[in-house]
Design a protein around this ligand. Structure first.
Ligand code: FMN
Length: 338
């Protein structure tokens, strides 16, 4: 087994040397990228600059003689995206024209729909999906150098490789393409959804507007352990709390991202007031929520029922610590393009 690993690593090293023409301390060019990771080290080096792999102190590890790398950090640094489906435990990685689908603890992976056997199944370590180095290298054709002495892995994206778009698809000049416009519209009673909405708008490159209730919700209004206003509204199908502000040029947006807290498992009634006032027909709609623990699926299906002509694409439950890379993966993983 050890011999096979050394052989594979040596081959990768030779391949890398052949392609890059020099050793680990490669000079990177504007379009190339070099990531250096080290076993047990939660810091990585991107084109010479050190930064943490993630907020969880994740570090590459060796498990059963295989080097496992935190896949999200590597793929996102290379310009790809990672989408995690917690329910099915599936991970979808997109890079350039290639798509990999993996399932945690399963040795079968799919590269562009074609089944591939892995010798080590992806694992969750420290809340992060960890993948064998060889699989990443082979699938996404990154160059990989392994230095056994320092236990460092140097991953290089060759200069010629595309950033995110498949090479076969010609880039559309922004000047000639009709600019698609996105609006983040959100309601937030205590500020949690507001914080997330601001990050979503930044990642999506979208305009943002808050649904401001004409009658603001007081603390007593949302004290859901009592017979409060919010509870009464949620129990009343016809409740439509009035919105104080007007959304300008709503028709000019072709994508709408709706953010809201979960109230009794679904959207607060003010979202229905919004849907009564603004027509979502034909628009691409993404939804996100914050909540104590409930998921977003009921909210999504309720909105789908209420706006059957909207193209409701997906929903994401976030928290105040959801970061921009997670939002980016979610949006891009669901076909969103700026
Ligand atoms: C009336 C009411 C009902 C709620 N119902 C739920 C619920 O069913 N499930 C849940 O996980 N959280 C529930 N929550 C918690 C909120 O979804 C959570 O605190 C949310 O992050 C608040 O967002 P905001 O700060 O943007 O208002 C409820 C909160 C209120 C006020």
């Amino acid at each position: 087994m050890k011999k096979t690993i050394s052989l594979v690593l040596s081959m990768l090293m030779l391949l890398s040397l052949a392609l890059t023409g020099c050793a680990a301390e490669t000079q990177t060019t504007a379009n190339s990228k070099e990531i250096i990771l080290q076993i047990g080290n939660p810091q990585m080096t991107i084109n010479g600059a050190e930064k943490p792999i993630d907020d969880n102190d994740t570090a590459p590890v060796i498990v059963n003689e295989r080097t496992l790398l935190p896949v999200r950090a590597v793929v996102e640094e290379m310009g790809g995206s990672v989408l995690w489906n917690g329910e099915t435990k599936e991970v979808t990685l997109n890079y350039g024209a290639d798509e990999i689908k993996l399932t945690i603890d399963s040795k079968t992976a799919y590269l562009n729909g074609e089944g591939r056997e892995l010798d080590t199944a992806p694992q969750i370590i420290n809340d992060r999906t960890m993948l064998p180095i060889r699989f990443i290298a082979e699938s996404f054709t990154f160059d990989v150098l392994w230095d056994g002495e320092t236990q460092k892995i140097t991953i290089t994206k060759p200069e010629t490789q595309a950033e995110t778009e498949p090479e076969t698809e010609p880039a559309i000049e922004p000047e000639t393409e009709a600019q698609s416009k996105t609006l983040v519209v959100y309601f937030s009673a205590t500020g949690t959804t507001k914080g997330l909405a601001e990050k979503v708008a930044k990642v999506a490159g979208a305009d943002i507007v808050e649904l401001v209730p004409s009658q603001p919700y007081t603390e007593a209004d949302i004290n859901y352990n009592s017979d409060c206003r919010a509870n009464r509204e949620q129990n009343d199908d016809t409740a439509r709390p009035e919105i104080a502000n007007v959304i300008e040029n709503f028709d000019s947006y072709d994508t709408v991202i709706i953010g809201h807290p979960i109230w009794w498992g679904t959207v607060p009634r003010i979202i229905y007031t919004f849907m009564d006032s603004y027509d979502l027909s034909g628009k691409d709609v993404y939804m996100f929520c914050t909540s104590g623990s409930s998921g977003i699926s009921t909210a999504v299906s309720d909105v789908k029922k209420y706006a059957p002509d909207a193209n409701i694409i997906d929903g994401m439950r976030g928290t105040s610590s959801t970061d921009e890379s997670q939002i980016k993966s979610w949006l891009e993983g669901n076909g969103y393009k700026k």
